[in-house]
Design a protein. Sequence first.
Length: 274
Amino acid sequence: MTPPDKQTDPARPAVEPGATGTDDERPADTGASQAEGGSQAVTEAALFEAFGGVRGLIETTVPGLVFIAMFTVNKDLHTAAITALVISGVMVVVRLLRKDTVKHAFSGIFGVGFGVLFAMMTGNAKDFYLPGMLYTLGLALGYIVTSLAGVPLLGLVLGPVFKENLSWRKRNPGRKKAYTKASYAWGFILLGKSAVLFPLYFWGDTTQFGWVTVVLKIPPFLLAVYLTWIFLAKAPPPINVIAEMEAEDEAAKAEKAAAKAATAEAGTPGRHRR
């Protein structure tokens, strides 16, 4: 963040158009670089929070990995499914004991629970992964359709994380463009993943299908997150509407306090009005 004594007028560029950059302009360049670095750090932290980070990846990957590993060894669908569900439940309990956020762990256990239910009902081990595949396909279409509609899904998800809510829609067009690009990236990456998995689900070997599903869990996700970071790091910074509302509240309180003080100083006129 730029020190107060070195901030430039936000309405005027730090370097005039066509200037070559003199010694007097270097502090402004340094400030811009620091601001850009700070924006990238905020973006990275927000993405880490929104998508669960390394631990979130582990919690969503391990149950499926355990399931296919056990099924590969003993071909026992029930044992593999119950073990995966128990492991997912243990991860939730660990988060609760550590008083960590549990949203990613709960989403994981619900996904595993539906997978176990599907597999148990059909007796087909492939169906353990079917709910996740359908969710991935639906999410891919959601990213693409909302981007086409001008309300990119990623902006709806990350807006509250960045404390900008929906301000990017009308007040920050550069940021809306970044959210649109990132949403398209997520949509097409997840569509590509679905294009690999669904043919294997219908025509592939169960064990082969399971291992491919596990392998494709992390790399597409990391690619989508990286592209999101690239797009948002280059976009204008978010407008903190929460801070704006707080500032408006403080201004309103100050105005009321000033009016009350003025009335108190006037004394009798205030009583006559009653």
